[in-house]
Design a protein around this ligand. Structure first.
Ligand code: ZN
Length: 464
């Protein structure tokens, strides 16, 4: 073999391999925590313990509407679960919460001018007043927006105002589609009452065509007449829409027996792993413990509770000793006024400094990454850890993020972070009888917990 040939072979085959090995070494040196992240992934997927936690909460406690006896049981469950796992400083921090009860009666009926009656599936919106015992029977004014309602003015008087603007299916992010429609649910009763409407009937907030009404919070203001408000299933909404076209003077009957009782005391549930070097510096990870009274509150937000507890368990089980404190907070009443989130942020905590708060409240679906609120410096600092999440395809760190429970902390300058998950199925289940444990995939759920464990651990070590 000629020398030149040998040289060419060396250049072609041997040198690149050498370069590749040395690059790998450099890469490892510049990619700290890779080994720890691998361990967290492997430990999580081996046990999928988050699913056992969520199954326990969903089946043994079930739906846990704020203020209800089952919400109280959920608080006890949170305490016991975290104590059993050996978390430190497991405790309650109390807060007052509203107590609304749905009641037994929820009936919707379309009454055609011919006299024929067709039942439709409805449910009271959270916070609604009841109807009179015999219900409300009235003609229907269908609108797609508040502007349309205003322009129709007098025509709404004495009518059931039917808000039928669907979530926009062309949006990739279903939360964006939800955001574009949810004002009908939250303040539809106020807008309807302003123009003399007698009930607000709102198309369910889901992209799915099914016969299950989806509840959610609605509000009144003291200066405007309070009228009942109910959600109708999307199948019911479409039926009503078609029938109104051929029988515009048809009537709808709505019967609800819900009521608001005096506020009660409840609590956030807290447990932590105290930091070894800077225990006063806190990384909060959390979701909300309350749920609507439909389904089992599995995805919303039992999944977030299971994610948070499991994330800390993974860190603890692997014997990791983070420098800063990682604190699990199961917030009370995200759904109906954020009492827990507000109480947590308001509480005096002498000497403590919150580094960031991570919220998971988008369901137990495949994690994609994290959204980071606040300034670009904080974002850049956190985005550098994306390679640790890439092995589970959850390395998309984007700007803008947080969650309702931690929004009050955000106002105090704490960096807020939201776990981002695949959003396509979330509103199929959201706030409805469909939100049950069988809709949760145990590996998808666990991957969310793994993502939070990796991210919170590296922040606890490195700060932001
Ligand atoms: Zn939620």
């Amino acid at each position: 073999m000629k020398f030149q040939t040998v040289l060419i072979l060396v250049l072609l085959f041997i040198l690149p391999q050498y370069i590749s090995i040395s690059q790998k070494k450099d890469a490892n040196a510049s990619r700290p925590y890779e080994e720890v992240a691998k361990q967290i992934i492997s430990e999580g997927l081996k046990s999928c313990n988050s699913y056992s936690l969520l199954k326990d909460l969903s089946l043994n406690i079930g739906p846990r509407l704020v203020g209800s006896p089952s919400a109280q049981k959920a608080v006890e469950w949170g305490m016991k679960t975290m104590k059993d796992l050996g978390f430190q400083n497991v405790r309650l921090e109390s807060c007052m919460v509203p107590h609304w009860v749905r009641g037994q009666v929820e009936e919707g009926t379309i009454i055609l001018t011919s006299g024929s009656e067709l039942p439709i599936k409805i449910c009271a919106l959270g916070g609604s007043i009841s109807t009179p015992e015999d219900g409300i029977i009235a003609e229907v004014l269908q609108v797609k927006s508040f502007d349309e309602l205003k322009s129709l003015g007098e025509k709404a008087k004495g009518k059931i105002v039917f808000f039928n603007r669907p979530m926009d299916p062309t949006k990739y992010n279903t939360f964006e589609a939800y955001g574009g429609a949810v004002n009908q649910r939250s303040v539809g009763a106020i807008e309807a009452a302003k123009v003399g409407g007698v009930t607000a009937l709102v198309r369910s907030m889901t992209l799915r065509l099914d016969d299950v009404p989806h509840t959610g919070a609605m509000h009144y203001v003291d200066t405007i007449q309070k009228i009942p408000a109910a959600a109708v299933s999307t199948i019911g909404a479409n039926l009503l829409d078609s029938l109104l076209k051929i029988d515009p003077h048809l009537k709808v009957k709505v019967k609800l027996s819900c009521q608001t009782l005096p506020d009660v005391q409840s609590a956030n549930v807290i447990g932590e792993l105290v930091g070894t070097e800077m225990p006063q510096e806190i990384i909060v990870i959390g979701g909300h413990l309350d749920s609507w009274d439909k389904g089992q509150g599995a995805h919303d937000d039992g999944a977030g509770c299971a994610h948070s507890i499991e994330a800390l368990r993974l860190i603890k089980t692997l014997g990791l000793k983070p420098k800063r404190t990682i604190r699990v907070v199961l917030f009370m009443n995200e759904e109906f006024g954020l009492n827990g989130g507000i109480a947590y942020a308001k509480r005096e905590r002498p000497g403590e400094k919150h580094i960031c708060a991570i919220e998971t409240d988008a369901g137990g679906f495949i994690p994609r990454g994290f959204g980071v609120g606040g300034d670009s410096v904080k974002y850049q600092s956190l985005a550098r850890w994306s390679y640790l999440l890439d092995p589970i395809d959850a390395g998309r760190i984007t700007r803008g993020g947080g969650g309702a429970d931690i929004s009050e902390l955000g106002k105090l300058g704490v960096t807020t972070i939201g776990l981002r998950v695949d959003t396509q199925r979330y509103f199929d289940y959201h706030h409805s009888d469909n939100d049950t444990i069988d809709k949760v995939n145990e590996r998808e759920l666990e991957l969310g917990a793994i993502a939070i464990a990796i991210f919170s651990y590296v922040i606890a070590e490195e700060g932001i």
